[in-house]
Design a binder for this molecule. Structure first.
Ligand SMILES: *Cc1c(COP(=O)(O)O)cnc(C)c1O
Length: 541
């Protein structure tokens, strides 16, 4: 789920009822006269700026405990939750919901028709390149091959390696081949996973246990840039690891190495860098992080989930890059998503280690189960052999030449977009985009307005916070003639429009975005996100 990316379609009414012209922190004290007392209390509290800063969190917790306010917040969040549901209802209104298992099975042709109709729901023309990232390649010939391969392997399961040795061979070959792409030596090893998040979660788990078992660190801490993917926070949350986020250098949006070094303690189990990060598409100084890893004897993970399958081919496509992979002696693991620029169907990623001593700590083993000795490499028990086979087939079918060609086309398109954007007044590009993500900001107007305007022209971009921006993740779908130039033309037109009146207030759904980026009470933002996820599971009552 991508809260920032998927449109939060708030009605203007909701926004105005909820927030009007009040400051965000005043949400808790909206309207009801019976809560005047608390407003008085609040005003008293905020008289002193620094006192305000120090106590706002505490005050929020206390104020939200006042029953009337709690009730008001609940009413408002209910309204937001309804808005999310209404969006889902609107998007799916042409299809009725199935809420009970059909008594008689539905015939194949009807199933196919229904699937086609379901897949037609949604307003974005993603096959024509109107979206950022999400779908990295779309070709019906490739899909035909992959569905055949998936079909052949669809009932296999690498958990039963004795029954399906061929599936295990495919997984081993994928790991080996990708390890080679990242200059892994003869010891390079790893596993396939279900996606980038699982690759990262597995690496964090491996380093937690490596730290505990090999280095005696009981309460390990991960040091990661502020721009790192939330999968690291998810791992920290699932596995009770502490994570310390290191500031970025504001001018280039890459991690501040000095601050990372200063944050190292005897409990540090892992240093992380992204090549590149998702929000701004900028890359941390991996060589610098690798050197810190060597200096302090701490493992280093490079998150290449997004850029791996482009960065590995860029030198061959004629674009030079700083070293970022196992060429650097301090780098001990890399995550790379085959289901992004590897162009494999969704559900596969690779986690690689420089040495087998790390991978052992990723595995789970249970020796006391009545069902036998149990061991599995990743979170899943049973896994999809079909997905492994389809990923294997994608890699083999493209080959080195295929990936170099697609990388050339994608980087050329990204470079065109970046250069055209740099020519425009009133917007700027964040740092140096390393691979395929170009992030835009503005000092003249609220950049979310540009995103909103482009949205009404059918474009679906990603919205960023801290600092505020929007980005486009250029995929193979944008390399089709006319797509990138249409994007640039649409930006020019909307930019002209915005600059006629650069300082107007945000309205509608972007008002919500603008606000949630500045809302000091993050628990409210968290709750809103939970309602957003709830809405994904909407069925009529
Ligand atoms: C996409 C991404 C991930 C997580 O991958 P999923 O496949 O969505 O789980 C991790 N890091 C970066 C930089 C990414 O872009």
């Amino acid at each position: 789920m991508d809260f920032v990316k998927n449109g939060l379609l708030f009605s203007k009414n909701t926004i105005n009822t909820m927030f009007g012209n009040t400051e965000p922190w005043q949400i808790a004290s909206i309207t009801a006269s019976s809560i005047l007392t608390s407003i008085w209390l609040w005003n008293f509290l905020v008289q002193d700026e620094s006192f305000y800063v120090r106590t706002k969190k505490f005050a929020f917790t206390q104020i939200k405990k006042i029953p009337k306010i709690a009730q008001k917040i609940e009413e408002e969040t209910k309204q937001i939750s309804d808005t999310f549901e209404n969006d889902v209802i609107e998007n799916t209104k042409s299809e009725k919901y199935i809420v009970k298992l059909p008594v008689k099975g539905i015939p194949s042709d009807e199933i196919i028709n229904t699937v086609n109709r379901y897949l037609d729901l949604g307003k974005y023309k993603w096959k024509e390149g109107y979206i950022s990232g999400a779908v990295y390649y779309y070709d019906e010939k490739l899909i035909e091959l992959l569905t055949t391969v998936y079909g052949l392997a669809s009932y296999t399961n690498p958990l039963h390696s004795d029954i399906f040795p061929g599936i295990c061979k495919m997984e081993a070959e994928v790991v080996r081949v990708v390890g080679d792409l990242f200059h892994g030596g003869s010891n390079v090893c790893g596993t396939m996973t279900s996606g980038g998040t699982e690759s990262i979660i597995m690496a964090c788990k491996a380093y937690r246990d490596y730290g505990k078992n090999e280095r005696g660190i009981k309460n390990g801490v991960i040091l990661a840039p502020k721009s790192v993917h939330p999968a690291f926070d998810k791992a920290a949350s699932y596995f009770a690891i502490r994570i310390n986020h290191i500031d970025l250098d504001p001018e280039n949006l890459t991690v501040n190495l000095k601050k990372m070094e200063n944050a190292i303690t005897k409990n540090t189990i892992l240093l992380v860098g992204s090549f590149p990060n998702f929000p701004y598409g900028t890359s941390d100084d991996i060589e610098g992080i690798s050197n810190l890893g060597l200096k302090y004897n701490i493992p280093v993970h490079v998150d290449c989930c997004l850029g791996g399958f482009i960065a590995a081919f860029m030198p061959l496509a004629g674009y030079s890059l700083p070293p970022f992979d196992f060429i650097l002696p301090g780098v001990t693991s890399i995550s790379a998503d085959s289901h992004k620029y590897g162009f494999a169907p969704k559900g596969s990623s690779i986690i690689l280690y420089s040495d087998k001593k790390f991978r052992h700590h990723q595995y789970y083993v249970c020796t006391e189960w009545p069902g036998g000795h149990y061991g599995s490499p990743t979170i899943g028990g049973s896994r999809s052999g079909g997905i492994i086979a389809a990923c294997w087939a994608t890699l083999m079918h493209f080959g080195l030449d295929g990936y170099v060609a697609s990388t050339k086309a994608i980087i050329k398109t990204k470079t065109y977009i970046e250069e055209e954007l740099r020519k425009m007044n009133d917007i700027f590009i964040f740092g140096t985009p390393t691979t395929s993500v170009v992030a835009i900001g503005s000092n003249s107007f609220n950049i979310y307005r540009l995103s909103d305007a482009l949205n009404s022209r059918g474009w679906n971009l990603n919205m960023l916070q801290f600092p505020m921006g929007i980005h486009i993740c250029v995929t193979h779908l944008h390399t089709k003639p006319g797509v990138a130039s249409l994007f640039i033309e649409d930006i020019k037109k909307e930019l002209d429009e915005i600059m006629k009146n650069p300082k107007v207030e945000l309205t509608g759904k972007i008002a919500m975005y603008g606000m949630s980026a500045t809302l000091p009470d993050r628990t409210i933002v968290g709750d809103i996100t939970r309602y957003f996820i709830d809405a994904m599971y909407y069925t009529p009552s």
